[in-house]
Ligand binder design. Structure first.
Ligand code: DCP
Ligand code: CA
Ligand code: CA
Length: 367
């Protein structure tokens, strides 16, 4: 069987790079994108930062006040997260990826696996040029840089990608897998977090090579059957998981600014009802059902939040959108003290309606 050629693309310092894209003068300055909790002007955490800020020791997850302290005396720029904008950029790049891959699996807003086996006829040498071509095309069309890892499966592509950032391109051929993995610490494997790596450490397992040498029965005894087997295979670079086509992340939504900032649910829902009218019209043309209702809110300080709920069963009516959005807003308002400036509502996870007969048989099967 021909080996697979799998890529993982991960956008560089993504939220901060998006901010540089719409305001290029930021490029030479430290840029910190933060989630502001709203209690005080500086309470909150760093979402991400550009590499200029990272040089000063700024890291994702760090409290904002600490980032401010580290960047004292610089021309640092602090910005609130704008998920809507980052998702738009992400969607455009994912769209380009689709045209380059046999199958594409989007794993997050800034990461996707591409199975390019067919496009490069199984050749890792060709994969190198192909990856460069994708990078150039995205840079030209969208203006965003990213890092690519290439390997015979998702596991290796991911670790290859992590090994050289930003704007990296790391290719690990099937022959190189063993030497590549052996010296790496075990926590580079997906699924080895703090707790498991501490456990492994206590068993004398530090590197992936150490892990590969542990008897499979011992791994199963300690970690259970499925995790034990996974570690046994992963340490050898074996991973058969296919790149699972995720399809277009389709949803229908509207967003709008309120006449004035408010926390009044009836004012918010009046705006949402207008948006639902719009959405519903677009939705009925599809002749499908939706399984997800979501809301977005942008607060007075311009920080943004999205919430969604998956319905117990698919729905087609307007009322369910209304009820779901109201419930989500009520819950959300209870969590924050800030007034809301912009609101939005969306539906998604569309499914084709099941024919009546199918519904009946599934009813009999489950009862
Ligand atoms: N993110 C966040 N909080 C974190 C980590 C990440 O909000 N603790 C967000 C901001 C990032 C995005 O997710 O831009 C993608 O996360 P990555 O871990 O891929 O980090 P970056 O893309 O920012 O940087 P890198 O260049 O290291 O991939
Ligand atoms: Ca990422
Ligand atoms: Ca990234």
């Amino acid at each position: 069987m021909q080996n697979r050629v799998v890529m993982l693309a991960d956008f560089d310092y993504f939220f901060a790079q998006c901010e540089e894209l719409r305001n290029p003068v930021l490029k030479d300055k430290p840029v910190v994108v933060g989630v502001y909790s709203g209690r005080t002007e500086i309470s909150g955490a760093v979402s991400t930062s550009n590499y200029v800020a990272r040089k000063h020791g700024v890291k994702s997850g760090m409290p904002l006040f600490l980032a401010i302290r580290k960047l004292e005396g610089t021309e640092a720029v602090f910005l609130p997260v704008d998920h809507e904008y980052y998702e738009q950029i992400s969607d455009r790049i994912m769209q380009i990826f689709r045209s380059y891959a046999g199958s594409m699996e989007q794993v997050s807003v800034d990461e996707a696996y591409l199975d390019v086996t067919e496009h490069v006829q199984g050749s890792f040498e060709r994969a190198q040029d192909y990856a460069k071509e994708i990078k150039t095309e995205v840079r030209k069309q969208v203006g965003i840089s990213f890092t690519i890892g290439v390997g015979p499966n998702k596991l290796i592509a991911k670790i290859a990608c992590d090994s050289q950032k930003p704007d990296g391109l790391t290719i690990i051929t099937p022959d190189e897998v063993g030497c590549f993995l052996s010296p790496l610490p075990v926590d580079r494997l997906l699924g080895v977090g703090k707790k498991i790596s501490a456990k492994m450490d206590s068993m004398g397992i530090k590197t992936i090579d150490d892990l590969a040498k542990v008897d499979i029965q011992r791994l199963i005894a300690v970690f259970g059957k499925s995790l034990g087997l996974y570690f046994h295979n992963a340490a050898r670079g074996i991973d058969d998981e296919p790149v699972q086509e995720t399809g277009e992340a389709e949803s229908i939504g509207r967003m709008g600014t309120l006449k004035e900032d408010t926390r009044d649910i009836s004012v918010i829902m009046a705006k949402i009802l207008e948006q639902i009218e719009d959405i519903y019209e677009e939705f009925t043309a599809k002749n499908m059902s939706y399984r997800l209702v979501g809301i977005s809110a942008v607060m007075t300080d311009l920080s943004g939040k999205s919430r969604s709920k998956t319905l117990d069963k698919p729905a087609k009516d307007k009322e369910t959108i209304h009820k779901g959005a109201q419930e989500l807003f009520e819950k959300y308002l209870a969590e924050t003290e800030l007034p809301i400036r912009r609101v939005g509502v969306r539906i998604g996870s569309f499914v084709k309606e099941e024919p009546r007969q199918k519904q009946l048989t599934s009813f009999f099967q489950t009862s």
